[in-house]
Design a protein around this ligand. Sequence first.
Ligand SMILES: Nc1nc2c(ncn2[C@@H]2O[C@H](COP(=O)(O)OP(=O)(O)OP(=O)(O)O)[C@@H](O)[C@H]2O)c(=O)[nH]1
Length: 291
Amino acid sequence: MGRFKIQFAIIAVISAIFTYVILYYPSNEPTIYIDVLIEGVMAISCLFLMFFTETLKDSREVYRTLIISSCLLFSGHYLDVIDEFTISLALLDALEATFKPLGFLLFIAGSYRWVRFHENQSEQLKHLAEVDPLTGLLNRRAFTEKAQSLLLQPFNENQHVSVIVFDIDHFKGINDSHGHGLGDRVLTEVAAIVKSTLKKNDHVARLGGEEFVVLLNDTGVDRAKEIAEEIRTNIEAISILHRHQQIQCTVSLGIVSEHAVNTDITTLIERADMSLYQAKSDGRNCWRVAV
Ligand SMILES: Nc1nc2c(ncn2[C@@H]2O[C@H](COP(=O)(O)OP(=O)(O)OP(=O)(O)O)[C@@H](O)[C@H]2O)c(=O)[nH]1
């Protein structure tokens, strides 16, 4: 706030000196006070714009554009005010005719950039709120919302939807033996493999820790089993070189398949989770189907 006051004072002093010097050339035309009032209000508004712009420093580009535009607009309107009191000076007229349109164009450009900047920021925030930063997959909340809205679509009676929940086997052991950095690499590799195994309109998310979920739209149990087996074998084939050692991992999977009508994602995940525990207790590195 202190800096605002200093800047404001500097502008006020410069304007006062300029006004004092220029008023030595009194106009021989009658002064139109309504024009003085209008231009005065415009000049003061531009001055406010100039100081409001201080708050837009999040984006240097927008800040620079708007500060230049408000300076030009202020100068243009201010020259117009004193022009009412002096004889017509060609230089003042030329400056005024340049500053005002240029300031206006920059104001439009700056405002456009400001809107774009905020759009980008809210897109980034949305992305951060929906995506797991390590794997780039959807997080649990975003997945649940997406899946729920997908399940609200009208389906015919024969359409099925399937969910696969899977979990990396003995992941704690991987972390403990090779460190969390390697554990993170395994999570990233697993996520990439699953993504490349699925079709574009299937959804995959990281539920948390080393647990993942896949939603297979319009997919019955037979196809879901095939996909689960593909995921299992593709993950089994992962081999990460770490300190001269090849690190491998396996997953256990639970599958549930339901009529798409009248089902909800929370129940599907819970049932798939139970099958996943069955797969774990049956020796891991396998899939089981909910009955
Ligand atoms: N590197 C890493 N580890 C994580 C992350 N999130 C959770 N973990 C670890 O994942 C491990 C999960 O261990 P457990 O729940 O015992 O599961 P597990 O060892 O895979 O055993 P089973 O599932 O029974 O085969 C814990 O050691 C957590 O610290 C993460 O983002 N990065």
